[in-house]
Design a binder for this molecule. Sequence first.
Ligand code: NDP
Length: 516
Amino acid sequence: MADSSKSKENYQRDEAAEQLSNWSEKNKSKIGFSDSAAAIDLINKDVSLTAGRYGPIVLRDYDLLQQLQSFHRERIPERVVHAKGSGAFGYFECTKALTDLTVSKVFECVGKKTPIAVRFSQVAGNLGTADTVRDPRGFAIKFYTEEGNWDLVGNNTPIFFMRDPILFPMFIHSQKNNPVTNLRDWDMFWDYLSLNHESVHQVLFLFGDRGIPDGYRHQHGFGSHTFSFIGEKRKLTWVKFIYKTDQGIKNLDPKTAEIIAGKDPNYARRDLYNAIEEGKKTGKYPSWTFYIQTMTQDQAEKLKFNPFDITKVWPHGDFPLQKVGRFVLNRNPSNFFAEIEQLSFSPSNFTPGFGPSPDRLLQGRLFSYPDSHLYRLGTNYQQLPVNRPIKKVQNFERDGESVLYNQNGAPNYHPNSFGGPNVNPIAEEWVNPPEAVNANVDYYNLGKDDNFSQPRVFWNKVLDSAAKQRMVDTLANSIQKARADIRNRSVEMFRNVDSDLGDRLAKALGQLQVHL
Ligand code: NDP
């Protein structure tokens, strides 16, 4: 008889499965009585207060009412994008001082450590989506610096689908469920993408091997946009941020990903949790090496392409990666909802030494992120413990929904005669230098700015022949689900990248007996 305990299907208890047992072990001597939110001992946790044995419940059973009210309010609106996510905490360590480039304290000396929070996410799927779907991954880092919170709200790709934020809601609508059927709609998906050629670079990354990372630990991260470094005397240097996994790149092939999606939709979340708990025993935590690419204003002016175009990378040969730090994730959230669901990032959170660039998509995100949090979490979301800076906030904002901290009676207007907070006199030295703008306000469409040359390099120089074939098969498997004219247009778009790609795609669709 087969020994069933050796079967591969046997359920393996991991650190995540042991969470409650571990808690119980640690807390067995400390567990007290159950009480209400007002810390009043509860009388009964199993039975409602009724008029007679089989009679109705009475309104004065306020514990029951409070419990139901709290239960009804357990959910808050999910994020419209990046809804499903996971996260952890740790530290960033500077390994190369950057005092020549930025006044930021994060990079002031080698060995400087800054606490961080990281949230990984899928982009298009809803809260219950599987962790192994083909989708870009959000990879956002909050640096709790002594100068306030610096948020680097990145992804696992160095580029994105559009240049202009006005396209973002359109693009996301096309990638989410059809509002009538509430199902993923491949006509919508490929219709939008084949009509917007500025997406093609990112689409190739998405349908390549790295489109389904094996968990969150085996992928790189990118700040993606071009940002500013501000040094002494408001010296400006353009910068990109890149974080490379120390665990090595690992991806899932589409078949395996599909099986995992059914068996364990929280695969990446479980992997991250267990890796950190394992790290407590082995000392080996998930980590990433942090790099920058820099460009002077002079270089930017001479460049053949727009350095603020998020559909393009800065080639490594021209703008080499410089290793400047590493970060480590060594603590799981103590409560997922409080610390991850409520964790909020804003690309507009620039501490001294960092700033934006003219990247149009970044300009839109500077507004969109804080605005989404105001809707999802309320006026005072930055006062929640996980979002609160370590530096004490002193300003003139007061009150509003769920206020936790009202600044201890300090004046709420400026200027004032009562010694209220003032602007730091040297803060002006930390902002971007004056920008010369002499231009007409108008609608400048960038949609046709060179969309194909970098995707062509990717296809021809980065992918080997096996990777090319996998990409063609993955694209064909998806495109075949769209209507004939949309399939045709999609193939023509990829033919603009390289005729070889277009031909192979047409052939693969033919083999799937799909006619163009
Ligand atoms: P390089 O030739 O110096 O390096 C190629 C880059 O491609 C490496 O960073 C590599 O990642 C990455 N890569 C390999 N396979 C994939 C994949 N399936 N999906 C996404 N990225 C992958 O790059 P260049 O700077 O000369 O640029 C050439 C082309 O490489 C670009 O047009 C762009 O398409 C692509 N690329 C460039 C990046 C950049 O920031 N310059 C970043 C990512 C891709 P790894 O570091 O793990 O080897």
